[in-house]
Design a protein around this ligand. Sequence first.
Ligand code: AMP
Ligand code: MG
Length: 326
Amino acid sequence: MLCLGIESTAHTFGVGIVTDRGKILANIGNVHKSAKGGIHPREAARHHGVIAKETVLCALAKAGVTMNDIDLIAFSMGPGLGPTLRTGATAARALSVFYQVPILGVNHCISHVEIGRLTEGAKDPVTLYVSGGNTQVIAFDAGRYRVFGETLDISVGNCLDVFAREVGIPHPGGPNVEQLAREGKHYIPLPYVVKGMDLSFSGLMTEAVRKHRTGSDLRDLCFSLQETAFAALVEVTERAVAHTEKREVMLTGGVAANKRLREMVGLMAKEHQAKFHVPPIELCKDQGAMIAWTGLLMYKRGVRHKLDQTQVRQRYRTDEVDIVWR
Ligand code: AMP
Ligand code: MG
């Protein structure tokens, strides 16, 4: 059985083709880039609309199959930006109706966990999912993926990106902040905000920008911003590990590219005798294979969506979905 998965929650339009045994035959991504960084939802949606057909054709060619070989269409139902989500959903519906194959809407955050479980052999990890749009600590419990902690305002990726933009660090923010942070020598105290199990990064970002304007060294600031934000992430993840007593920790999302964050999460996992997993960065980022794979898991366990149940959901929560395949 073959599933074609479409990802379009934000700047990436991705198409993945995956077999029901978990073999990824194709995973093609097309990322919308704006001049100043950041995402303008309608511009990104226009981009996705323009490149949708060619991305699907490219994925089919890469997989060496045609649309007639596809048995299931899955798409990112949310959470994400309304305009980009609707473009992906429209493409998915068109393919489903024209080729008369079933369609399934998939929760984007859950699919990050599922693709990691597939490729890393992680069975039951506590997952720290950190990206441009999301920051969540996720673990499976009693039939659902529960959110043990999450950001109350902006994501950690957004914190790094906006800081970079405000202080004149070129786009992309995250990797360039990481580069500069390596040269930082002194820790500058910044607001460290953990509320219960939740996190907040907007005050941290604002204060880091303010400190730059009042003359703090940029490399020290990058270093301190990373140390502060990542320590908060590790604290919440660690408490989820201690509470659930799970023996695996997984790091995913675009920010998982950061070596310092990997080091910090890895150290924490080691202290708890937990195995530490980071999928290859291509699978940490937004892509269609994770949507296809999660669609297959759902379909094989009997989940079906009628066409009128495929509306996108900008605030689709991780813990809303009954995980019938586990
Ligand atoms: P995603 O939303 O999953 O596509 O990931 C994009 C986010 O990951 C952006 O906020 C980037 O700044 C961030 N990112 C990418 N590479 C790094 C890095 N090396 N360090 C920190 N953040 C990164
Ligand atoms: Mg994502």
